[in-house]
Design a protein around this ligand. Structure first.
Ligand SMILES: Cc1cc2nc3c(=O)[nH]c(=O)nc-3n(C[C@H](O)[C@H](O)[C@H](O)COP(=O)(O)OP(=O)(O)OC[C@H]3O[C@@H](n4cnc5c(N)ncnc54)[C@H](O)[C@@H]3O)c2cc1C
Length: 155
């Protein structure tokens, strides 16, 4: 939804092809998008084919999920935005994560294993930005340093 809103800076003719029968964005975002005259919707459908002339995109084929009906739609641009998955499979069954795969943190940047700290997109469902990742990276390094200092004092 955010990407579609951004694209209205460049065009007043956007069609969102959405696999579900309704939108799942927050209600504030939904209201904003549905009220935008530049954005149309095709629900319960997927893009099954993108066609071009060798240089540019010219059309897409949209397939309805329930009926299987195929519709051709003329377009000169396709933007694919189907969500983000955190790159945390490496930590599966080792570090606690939420149902989307984001690492769960407590007390700053500490993971479910003592002495293991996390920062950035792997633990950030909400912001996922370079600057916030750099900030939590700094926090994690401070937490790790403090942890090591405490650990060394117990030896
Ligand atoms: C298309 C796009 C546009 C974006 N635009 C912006 C923007 O304009 N402004 C903004 O602030 N943010 C933007 N972001 C988000 C920003 O890039 C991320 O939030 C930020 O890079 C996250 O930093 P990170 O250190 O958590 O992860 P990453 O930058 O993804 O770094 C993770 C590192 O870990 C490495 N790695 C992965 N697996 C392993 C492994 N098994 N072993 C060792 N290393 C591994 C990867 O190679 C990578 O170098 C954009 C992201 C995308 C995808």
């Amino acid at each position: 939804m955010e990407n579609a809103a951004f694209l209205t800076n460049f065009t007043n003719d956007i069609t969102i092809v959405h696999i579900l029968p309704t939108l799942t964005a927050s209600s504030a975002t939904k209201q904003k998008i549905l009220a935008n005259p530049s954005i149309k919707f095709i629900y319960e459908s997927t893009v099954s084919e993108i066609t071009g002339d060798g240089k540019h995109v010219t059309s897409i084929t949209v397939t309805h999920q329930k009926t299987g009906e195929k519709t051709s739609l003329t377009t000169d641009g396709v933007f694919i935005s189907i969500g983000l998955s955190p790159n945390t499979s490496l930590f599966r069954d080792q570090l606690e994560m939420d149902s989307y795969g984001y690492l769960l943190l407590k007390d700053g940047t500490e993971t479910s294993i003592k002495g293991v700290f996390a920062a950035g997109d792997v633990a950030d469902y909400r912001y996922r930005q370079a600057i916030t990742s750099a900030g939590t990276g700094c926090a994690a390094s401070l937490d790790a340093e403090r942890y090591l200092n405490r650990y060394l004092n117990t030896l």
